[in-house]
Design a protein around this ligand. Structure first.
Ligand code: HEM
Ligand code: HEM
Length: 152
């Protein structure tokens, strides 16, 4: 089951990045142009939140099945000094959880606002911070891990 979950988790990364960029593009240009907040803006926001909540659930299940994570906890004192092991045992989970919380708070704040400009501005700020954290916490092949861009 774990290899299938990794595949799903790997693909969802791209969906999340795409949905976040579309939502951010719409909210930033909406904010600057002063146009009205439409049902399509709301739809893209929901798609982003859903993708990220599903990713969180998949990640959480993987956390308990992952050989890397179990190695991390069994050999904590030495594993904590190994960059790539510590990354999956600790950093990835903590940073991504913060990002998921930021997206959820930002999204629910938008729901409570009535003014279009305020909605766009709130969405832009919260989602931008979350996107930066997500981007920096993905195990990209150009960073320190051997993880591929695509898993088939
Ligand atoms: C926006 C949120 C997240 C994104 C974009 C993301 C992205 C990724 C990516 C791209 C990988 C590498 C997959 C591969 O090897 O092909 C990965 C691995 C992993 N992620 Fe996430 N992740 C997110 C959230 C989470 C969360 C919240 C958790 C835990 C609660 C989690 C747990 C893991 C674990 C345990 C692995 C390594 C599994 C293994 O190799 O055994 N992820 N993540
Ligand atoms: C561990 C499981 C989950 C937890 C703890 C969780 C938690 C939350 C919380 C706290 C909110 C904010 C409610 C508010 O606005 O006050 C929310 C909103 C939302 N969640 Fe989840 N969620 C989970 C799983 C999912 C899944 C699996 C999906 C999609 C299939 C999903 C889609 C959404 C959507 C669409 C929203 C509303 C976004 C918006 O328009 O503001 N969630 N969730």
């Amino acid at each position: 089951m774990h290899p299938h979950l990794i595949m799903l988790h790997s693909v969802l990364r791209w969906l999340i990045l795409l949905a976040m960029l579309i939502t951010l593009y719409r909210s930033y240009t909406g904010w600057k142009s002063g146009r009205a907040y439409t049902s399509w803006d709301n739809r893209w926001k929901k798609i982003t939140v859903s993708a990220i909540h599903i990713q969180f659930l998949v990640g959480l299940v993987m956390y308990f099945l992952s050989p890397v994570v179990s190695y991390f906890w069994k050999n904590f004192s030495t594993a904590v000094k190994e960059r790539d092991i510590r990354f999956f045992g600790m950093e990835h989970l903590v940073a991504m959880t913060i990002a998921v919380v930021l997206v959820t708070i930002g999204s629910s704040k938008v729901k409570r606002l009535n003014d279009s400009r305020a909605k766009f501005k709130t969405l832009t700020i919260w989602f931008t911070i979350a996107l930066i954290i997500i981007f920096l916490s993905i195990p990209w092949p150009f960073m320190f891990t051997e993880r591929p861009y695509f898993r088939f």
